[in-house]
Design a protein around this ligand. Structure first.
Ligand code: IPE
Ligand code: IPE
Ligand code: MG
Length: 241
């Protein structure tokens, strides 16, 4: 699947309000060039900003990206340390630019478990700086796991004394990390892997899934347009006929 298209090819009356992305393939991108894996993560920064520009141009209002999973702690110590520092520095270096573009930065994930204070500070500063923006909400899933999110929601409900018959889908949704975030209409995973790797497990129940071969550092705004065109060719039924 090539997936590259232009904005002209998109029906602008039927653009997903929320596109979720799994930014995958950084390591393979670097290895293919004889570089250390960390160079692939660095190269992924431009791709992230390309994706943001694509969403802004198409009028997507919510974009969520998977930056670090609860399982990514299993990686070698050096790579984990690099990813923590890299995410912190990216926020510091580029939050003003995102703010100028009208982007609201938000985080979902476990904050009270393993994340160093220095990273949390940058997260909190970035959220506060951009809190009033509404053009595009860029949610960064960091130290995020879909199962952990559902567990955390149920724990909240139980801790607040919710009786069993009041633990409903609506009640769980209200206790997810971002209760006001609509479910994504479209989820794009790069790198050719066809799995969701514990991403937005609850929210993706009826999402259109798109697995593209492009490695994340090669992702461009044209891939966003191509994905929207592909989405517009899908028929969503939600269990009906
Ligand atoms: C995605 O790229 C970035 C993170 C998981 C943080 P990978 O690092 O998983 O790259 P591959 O999948 O090994 O190529
Ligand atoms: C998912 O990618 C997590 C992120 C992109 C942050 P992984 O590369 O960690 O997923 P698996 O291990 O291939 O399933
Ligand atoms: Mg990967």
């Amino acid at each position: 699947m090539t997936l590259v298209s232009s904005l002209d090819a998109c029906d602008l009356t039927n653009v997903p309000a929320h596109i979720a992305m799994i930014m995958d393939g950084n390591g393979r991108w670097a290895t293919a060039r004889g570089l250390p894996r960390t160079k692939g993560h660095e190269a992924g920064e431009d791709a992230l900003f390309e994706a943001v520009e694509g969403c802004l141009a198409a009028g997507v209002q919510w974009m969520t990206v998977y930056a670090f999973s609860t399982e990514n702690w299993r990686r070698p110590k050096d790579e984990v340390r690099f990813l923590l520092n890299f995410n912190r520095s990216l926020l510091r270096r580029r939050r003003d630019e995102l703010n100028d573009r009208g982007v609201r930065i938000r985080f979902i994930g476990r904050r009270n478990w393993r994340v160093p204070r220095g990273v949390l500070n940058e997260i909190e500063t970035s959220e506060a700086l951009t809190a009033e923006n509404r053009t595009l909400t860029l949610t960064i899933a960091f130290n995020y796991g879909g199962r952990a999110e559902v567990v955390d929601a149920v724990r909240d409900l139980v801790a607040s004394g919710t009786p069993a018959d009041k633990i409903t889908e609506t009640a769980i949704e209200k206790h997810l990390y971002a209760p006001d975030m609509p479910d994504p209409e479209l989820m794009i995973r790069t790198s050719g892997e066809s799995r969701t790797s514990n991403y937005l497990m609850w929210q993706l129940a009826y999402t259109e899934l798109l697995f593209a071969d492009v490695l994340w550092p090669d992702f461009t705004r044209e891939h966003v347009y191509g994905a929207i065109v592909e989405y517009q060719g899908r028929q969503r039924r939600f269990g009906g006929v």
